[in-house]
Design a protein around this ligand. Structure first.
Ligand code: SF4
Length: 61
């Protein structure tokens, strides 16, 4: 599994950046970017996004 950000939906609110307990998310050019090395796939950032831009992609590691 991995966390993915849909750049079309991401408005750069930064809510996910604050929500992530692992500090795995940063904004780059106004779009959230996930640091996969830090992400522990807890899913906390999914409901934090007001635009539904973050999702958990099954089947990839
Ligand atoms: S799934 Fe958890 S650890 Fe990974 S980016 Fe989202 S909030 Fe951070």
């Amino acid at each position: 599994m991995k966390i993915v950000v849909d750049p079309e939906k991401c408005k750069g609110s930064g809510r996910c950046v604050k929500a992530c307990p692992e500090n795995a998310i940063s904004l780059r050019d106004g779009t959230a970017v996930i640091d996969e090395a830090r992400c522990d796939l807890d899913g906390i950032c999914l409901p934090a996004c007001p635009n539904g831009a973050i999702s958990l992609l099954e089947g990839e590691d």
